[in-house]
Design a protein around this ligand. Sequence first.
Ligand code: SAM
Length: 279
Amino acid sequence: MAADLTASDDDAAPIHIDTSKASIARVYDAFLGGKDNYEVDREVFRRVREVAPEAHQLAWDNRQFLIRVTRFIAAETGVTQFLDCGSGLPTAENTHQVAQRIKPEARVVYVDNDPVVLAHGRALLEENSQTHFSPADIFEPARILQDDVVRSHLDFAEPIALFQLGTLHHYDGARPPADIMREYIDALPSGSYVAISHFLDPETAEHSDLARRMEQTFLHSPMGTGVFRTHAQIEGMFPGLEFINPGLVRCCDWWPTGPRLRPRYPVQYCIAGAVARKP
Ligand code: SAM
């Protein structure tokens, strides 16, 4: 099966989408209850739900973490430049909307390599003159750091907030993810912030098994990626940085919006996030 989408930029030809393969961005959209997904993407969601009935909460905890982190950085740190690696498809609250509500001067560069994000999302994400999009591979930091869009809109002499939210667990290349992050971090000026969220193997008798079953389901699904790493492995992705209180914790426990009124779902033990500052 295939679909043709018309890209939003003026001179672009229609983009050919292979709808027999699931894409990370569309599967995530399906988890969030969005409409920009195909049957093959929903199939991944269904399979994960068989293992974890509240699977949608994995995605929502991640997305709400993104929103709270963006709000924190915009409101508390003075940083007004954001490099959001792996934007995802546009959804209710995108990084630039959250940041610019608090700091209208905030500048955001999104990077993603999914053709549907390019075709559908770009126009919505590039909503104003301070918001830009670059189609590139976020696991090639040398390229991203020299990318024309990134370099034209972000000033590397001033602190930058770098996001890798819900992305690194999809990386299946040979290079250790901590190395990839080190290369990004080396290029950031002092006072910059890095936020990462990542599927977690909580290493407990109660929830580790769930993490490993979800991992197997993702890896053997039409999407084919989704690694659950340990606390120590994820912490290692912030080399040389100082963690902002409370450090690396379950996404739902990182400065939640209020007191918890119900017990956590099991999946909520299986995704963690942190924000750290470059001294
Ligand atoms: N960051 C958003 C969030 O946290 O809500 C979206 C997360 S979504 C799970 C991961 C995104 O990363 C997808 O949009 C996918 O297309 C993008 N992505 C995955 N691998 C990528 C790569 N190698 N280069 C660029 N983008 C990539």
